[in-house]
Design a protein around this ligand. Sequence first.
Ligand code: MRU
Length: 353
Amino acid sequence: MPSQRQADPILFVLHSAFICLISMRVRTKSGPLDLRAIWWEDGAAKAIDQRLLPEKLEIVTIKTHQEMADAISEMTVRGAPSIGAAGAYGMALAQQNGIDVVDAARVLKATRPTAHDLFHAVDLMVSTGDGLVEAANKYADSIVEKCRLMGELGSSLIEDGMKILTHCNAGALATVDFGTALAPIRVAHGSGKSLFVFVDETRPRFQGAKLTAWELVNEGIDHAVIADNAAGHYLRSEVDLVIVGADRIAMNGDFANKIGTYEKAVLAKENGVPLYVAAPVSTFDSLLTSGDGIVIEQRSPDEVLNVNGVRIAPVESAALNPAFDVTPAGYVSGFVTEQGVLKPNELAKMLAE
Ligand code: MRU
């Protein structure tokens, strides 16, 4: 599908100039700050500690690839494209510290199995050879640029007055800056469209309630956090559009995203609400013909059994904690990528090209 850039170059230039003014705006007591989720500074990687938001905005310094692997596993840095950038910076740290990059790649890839961007970024760094700090910076910049394009292309799906449901956090925190699912929402809001966002709280780690809501507050976008199990109620009555991110997408359009996405997709289809998946091409796994081959990360039962460090279930109870689920392509109205908005049956052609 031709992009708006191809369709109208003058509009594209004006729109891009407007979009370039937007980055992650953070309100602090001492005033607004422009921040990325992860960046390189003074010979080390720096990242927002996403585990502490929204109560505290703390920046961590990561000096070794092992520290980076721990930051990914413990979800200090999270969200597929941000994990990709973290992997790239982890490789740069390994090279800087004289560590064999193939060994470092193994350590970094062993952290979280589902997000494809991590594997894509680490493999890219292995094949780059020297100059990994520059390569990692370039990789992070390219993610942000792709997110800006997705925001621009996806914003045409949002009409004035729409109510939109999103799940987990697919905003600036998850993508170095700007967002995937939140990018079209930011652009639509910035261009003056009125909209409202239903934010699924996203048990068990509350990325919706803690992170998406924090980003929307910083952006001044009207929203409400809802319990995960309230989504069906609002899909039946008020939601016009669902936009989510993805961690890995198979060539047939089946996709993995945060646990709970599948049930939202089924409910959306049942109620005639379109569901769009916003993700860069780096999230597509060309080796997977369907979602059946996606490895689902299993996380600690403690994340389900405890809330903010307090046990909520009987001590005798076990818990199951899959971090992601797979939604079949049949529930997807379209994929918002940096190369255009595509139907599931158009993916293979786009990726082959
Ligand atoms: O476990 P997380 O918080 O890393 O999961 C994040 C998600 O599921 C996001 O929706 C996905 O990574 C897309 S982010 C642009």
